[in-house]
Design a protein around this ligand. Structure first.
Ligand SMILES: C[S@@+](CC[C@H](N)C(=O)[O-])C[C@H]1O[C@@H](n2cnc3c(N)ncnc32)[C@H](O)[C@@H]1O
Length: 234
């Protein structure tokens, strides 16, 4: 059984629910190219519907995308028909050794059960000295109301006996430790800082409509109860 979280169920709504401000996205894409160089052969693992890989391809990048979810890949292909794509598990890549100059993951490893194996696969397919870029498109600067809300939400769901943890990387510490174990030298870069404005109602709707993957295994009845609680308290 595959213990990773495929996004098949999110394919039809992913693009509407994970937008990035255009200027932010443009600067982020440039930051990737500044690191990899424009001639690099890039593998985007968990490429999804192409939120990052399509702008890179549009800039002429030599990129292959792979994902566990065929439905996500089909969306990508509809938008960029010449994209080279493979349905593949990050922990068992059907790709040659020492081939890529850079491997990207953008919001993926928290979903990958065998994420330690995946990191070893990235090292295998990378050329010696190649770069692995693990990118987050949001990382709260200081105390974030969004993360606080998420904390409330999680504690209520957990109180109903539901384990909302996703199958992959649980925190930054274990991720950095594993990178160290496999001999990576790590550098952290803040490429773009931006403000994300939303109302409480909008955030609640994201939970109620199961936009976030950590809501997917919550039974309907509990989701309803916790949503009520959420609104009352906030
Ligand atoms: C949150 S989405 C991110 C998509 C894209 N990188 C982006 O930033 O928009 C995570 C993607 O990782 C894929 N995924 C999850 N586990 C995977 C695995 N073991 N191997 C490959 N892809 C995986 C999911 O199917 C999904 O498309």
């Amino acid at each position: 059984m595959n213990t990773s979280q495929s996004f098949d169920r999110a394919a039809s709504v992913y693009d509407q629910t994970r937008p990035l401000p255009e200027a932010t996205a443009t600067r982020g894409i440039q930051a990737i190219l500044d690191i990899t160089g424009s001639e690099a052969v890039i593998l985007d693992v968990g490429t999804g519907t192409g939120r990052v890989s399509i702008p890179l391809l549009e800039r002429g990048a030599r990129l292959i995308g792979c994902d566990l979810s065929m439905k996500m890949l089909m969306r990508l292909q509809e938008k960029f028909s010449s994209a080279q794509l493979a349905q593949a598990d990050s922990a068992l890549l059907p790709l040659p050794t020492n081939y890529f100059d850079a491997v990207l993951t953008v919001h993926v490893l928290h979903l990958v059960g065998p994420w330690r194996e995946a990191l070893r696969e990235f090292r295998r397919v990378l050329k010696p000295g190649g770069a692995y870029l693990n990118i987050r498109t949001y990382e709260p600067a200081g105390t974030s109301p969004r993360e606080q809300l998420r904390g409330f939400w999680r504690s209520w769901v957990t109180a109903h006996g539901i384990d909302v943890r996703l199958p992959g990387v649980q925190n930054r510490t274990e991720f950095l430790q594993e990178l160290q174990t496999i001999g990576a030298s790590v550098k952290e870069v803040e490429a773009v800082r931006y403000t994300y404005v939303y109302t409480l109602q909008e955030e609640l709707e994201r939970y109620q409509t199961r936009v976030y993957s950590d809501t997917w295994k919550i039974p309907n009845e509990i989701l309803k109860q916790v949503s009520k609680n959420f609104m009352r308290t906030c």
